[in-house]
Design a protein around this ligand. Structure first.
Ligand SMILES: Cc1ncc(COP(=O)(O)O)c(C=O)c1O
Ligand SMILES: [Zn+2]
Length: 419
């Protein structure tokens, strides 16, 4: 890293951030490599004093998440450090899918366009900045796949060491698309929750290791706010009325809410009401179950689903997802693996967007929420496609393929009666 010997944090290292605050009890801590409250062990999040931030200031910035630098815990010279420059992905008006589902206005925020093809590049870029500013020398993570890609690529680009831990049964493309970046990839005999436990243990032992989603999690999580900022900016500085978001640990969903709220408070958008909906696969749906049963706590489950990127049985932000969805008037729903496959095909067939299983979960949940009347078909709706279908080809491998295999002659083509 640039400043491995640093013992004190430089002025402005975290931009407009002023400290860390406990999400459970509100106790405050200094900015630093902290992630748990000293009073109650609750999770910490970043607090700010934004001052004035204008649309013009943002619009003059780079076409990446760094245009929102004043709203993130990163320094003003962030763009000078090598990173993958994620963000500013397309917001697609999904008229065909809207028509098919009976929705008036639907948008797909397509985050498969990020450098390693998932929204995880956003969170990793912010975590990398924190790690560098704190003088940490190794970028690490436990991952369900997409985070592994993003950490390995960001570390390669930054010229630092990466150590990535994954469950051994991860999809092969996600293993290869991590290993290719040349860091250390460790396959662990166990599921993600086992991998996560191991990572926490190593984080406690190894000096200078930044586990992006463990010991620098407060900074990492802030990266997801950029999904909210971009969506609002691309809608012409407005908030949508309904958003459907996939849930694994639940971090992304809660930070999209934080992002929308901040935009309203800063006067960058009209603070109009919005509802946030969470999407899970039935084979790993601890938050959806808790939502249905009216519980405030989430009971851990053992995941068994094709949506491996969302297969976190003990989600760290589960209770905060419940709170966000209930407070905004949304819901958390789950869908079967077959519905996930249907969802992938539906989005591909109607909009030409090939989502990974997490996107299949989100589209299938959108459909289910509409059918059950929980989503308003007349309200402007945004769904997040957070990952790329090329990483989870097995999900649809038995369902799609050539219409026929023919000899290379016109006669053979017409005889096959294909069109
Ligand atoms: C493609 C994709 N979408 C969504 C998520 C959910 O993220 P979170 O853990 O913030 O809920 C993940 C997590 O790994 C993911 O890989
Ligand atoms: Zn606390």
């Amino acid at each position: 890293m640039q400043n491995p010997d640093r013992t004190t944090v430089r002025e402005g290292a975290f931009g407009n951030a002023t400290g860390l605050v406990c999400r459970a009890c509100g106790a405050q801590q200094e900015l630093g490599p902290h992630y748990a409250c000293l009073e109650c062990f609750g999770p910490l999040e970043v607090a700010y004093d934004f001052g004035t931030v204008t649309r013009e200031q943002i619009e003059a910035g780079p076409k990446s998440i760094w245009r929102y630098q004043p709203l993130l815990p990163v320094p003003t010279d962030i763009a000078a450090f090598p990173n993958t420059d994620p963000g500013f992905t397309r917001l697609v008006k999904a008229d065909n899918l809207a028509r098919e589902l009976g929705l008036k206005t639907l948008w797909v925020k397509d985050d498969s366009g990020n450098p390693t093809h998932s929204f995880k590049d956003r969170v990793v870029a912010v975590a990398l900045s924190a790690a560098r500013e704190l003088g940490m020398t190794v970028l690490a993570c436990p991952s369900t796949g997409n985070l592994a890609n993003a950490v390995a690529a960001a570390a390669a680009r930054a010229g630092i060491k990466s150590v990535v831990f994954i469950p051994e049964n991860l999809e092969r493309p996600k293993i290869l698309t991590t290993a290719v970046y040349g860091g250390t990839l460790v396959a662990v005999r166990g599921n993600y929750d086992d991998v996560n436990k191991l990572a926490s243990e190593i984080a406690g032992e190894e000096e200078g290791w930044a586990f992006v989603n463990v010991n620098v999690r407060p900074y990492y999580a802030e990266g997801s706010k950029t999904l909210a900022y971009e969506t609002a900016e691309q809608l012409g500085w407005r908030l949508p009325e309904q958003v459907v978001i996939p849930v694994a640990s639940g971090s992304q969903l809660t930070k999209v809410d934080k992002g929308f709220t901040e935009l309203g408070r800063l006067g960058l958008v009209e603070p109009t009401p919005y509802k946030i909906f969470g999407a899970q696969a039935t084979g790993c749906s601890p938050v959806a179950q808790a939502f249905r049963e009216g519980h405030d706590v989430v009971r851990p489950v053992k995941p068994d689903t094709i949506a491996k990127s969302l297969a976190i049985g003990n989600p760290a932000d589960g209770p905060y997802v419940l709170d966000t969805c209930r407070r905004t008037g949304g819901a958390v729903e789950d869908v079967s693996d077959d519905e996930v496959r249907d969802g992938i095909q539906l989005l591909a067939r109607t909009e030409g967007i090939f989502a990974e299983t997490a996107g299949g979960v989100t589209i299938a949940t959108l459909k289910k929420l509409l059918a059950s009347g929980q989503l308003d078909p007349d309200a402007e709706t945004v769904v997040f496609n957070t990952g790329d279908g090329l990483k989870t080809l097995d999900a649809i491998a038995d369902r799609v393929g050539p219409a026929a295999t023919i000899d290379p002659t016109y006669t053979a083509f017409t005889a096959a009666d294909l069109v």
